[in-house]
Design a protein around this ligand. Structure first.
Ligand SMILES: Cc1ncc(COP(=O)(O)O)c(C=O)c1O
Length: 374
């Protein structure tokens, strides 16, 4: 039997190969490799898709966060409230600017930031709150917007895993002062290398972000502020324009696979299925279950059974960010965050990609069921 990868990128790229090849040839022909025409066109097309006034292409999702935070004025002495159950870059971007990430616990059902705890953690030093739409499942953005307004803090959405996800019919990434997207190849909209994007409604922020990504200048050799070299690569922009035309189909495909998993895994004791935040549209960047209850403590054994059967699987994330070595010596001791810590021990992400066949879903479900019975 053929192995089932965690993500079959080959299948996706094979179908798009003629379009990608043509995009490559056009860039080669044009030789405008830095901030050429594809970057501007992709920004306009992405802004249109997202319903955002401005979109600024940068070289990674991490830089999208760093630049968005900097444009919002986050710096030394500031606190930024965020989730510990995310990829490190969410907090790293705060820390590299000299600000302090303040971690609060997650909601154990959605894995997203617990917004009541986020509100309780706001102090006079809090500058921003960074919700992460983890695994493609939207955060309740009405609640975030309300609490941010009540306490005069800015919202920067980490939308790295949620391109095309929606909150009440509006695509996420446009609810705060900025939304930071990643085009890491495995993302729902993935480049063929690194890439990122910042969406914003604010023309002043857009102007500043364009300066920041290009050495703090709008005009060559007239650098006005300290910035970065963080431009979205022209070739990646050309590839992303191709993939953007298909992203809705990809997201629908992922939702279909998730529904198949929900049916195939229903009723297995010890497996908690992912849910969609009511009011949101989940785009299933990951399909992540929890191995818990009567199966508590058996996550790694289940993961091993999948591996033995040639099935890809991953643990996102094995260590919550507040427990990473980088924060061990932080001046303020890290809190105990029971739900985030339990999630790290219980989560298991199963294979998912837009065209994953139901036969593969059934095989994964079978191995999982047998591992839990055994
Ligand atoms: C939640 C989250 N934030 C930020 C990032 C950083 O994005 P990138 O890898 O493009 O720098 C990622 C992905 O890698 C992510 O999953």
């Amino acid at each position: 039997m053929e192995d089932i990868p965690l993500l079959d990128l080959r299948a996706e790229l094979q179908a798009l190969r003629p379009e990608l090849q043509q995009a490559f040839d056009e860039v080669l022909e044009g030789t405008a490799f830095i901030l050429g025409p594809n970057v501007g066109r992709f920004e306009a097309e992405a802004a249109d898709y997202l319903g955002a006034a401005h979109a600024i292409g940068v070289n990674s999702g991490t830089d999208a966060l760093v630049l968005a935070l900097r444009a919002a004025g986050v710096g030394p002495g500031d606190e930024v409230v965020t989730t510990p159950f995310t990829f490190f870059a969410t907090a790293e971007s705060v820390s590299v600017l000299g600000a302090t990430p303040v971690f609060v616990d997650i909601d154990p059902v959605s894995f997203n930031l617990d917004l009541d705890q986020a509100e309780a953690a706001i102090t006079p030093r809090t500058k921003a709150i960074v919700p992460v739409h983890l695994f493609g499942n939207p955060v309740d953005m009405d609640h975030v917007t309300e609490l941010a307004a009540a306490h005069s803090v800015v919202v920067i959405e980490d939308v790295a895993q949620a391109f095309g996800a929606e909150w009440k019919g509006r695509r996420v990434g446009g609810f705060g002062v900025a939304g930071a997207f990643s085009f890491f190849p495995s993302k729902n909209l993935g480049a063929l290398g690194d890439g990122g994007l910042i969406a914003t409604e604010d023309p002043e922020a857009a102007r500043l972000l364009r300066m920041l990504r290009a050495h703090g200048s709008t005009q060559k050799y007239r650098n006005e502020i300290l910035g970065y070299n963080s431009r979205l690569d022209e070739l990646q922009a050309a590839f992303l324009r191709v993939k953007l035309r298909h992203v809705e189909d990809f997201n629908e495909g992922r939702r279909r696979v998730a529904a198949s998993y929900n049916a195939a895994l229903d009723g297995i004791d010890g497996v908690v299925l992912p849910t969609e935040t009511p009011g949101g549209r989940h785009v299933f960047h990951q399909y992540t279950v929890r191995i818990t209850g009567p199966a508590a403590g058996r996550r790694d054994a289940v993961a091993q059974a999948l591996e033995d059967a040639g099935i890809g699987r991953a643990v996102y994330y094995p260590v919550p960010v507040h427990r990473l070595p980088v924060y061990a010596d932080a001046p303020r001791p890290q809190p105990t965050l029971p739900y985030a810590e339990a999630a790290a021990d219980e989560v298991l992400s199963l294979p998912i990609w837009p065209t994953m066949p139901d036969t593969a879903v059934d095989r994964v479900a079978d191995v999982l069921r047998r591992a839990l019975l055994g």
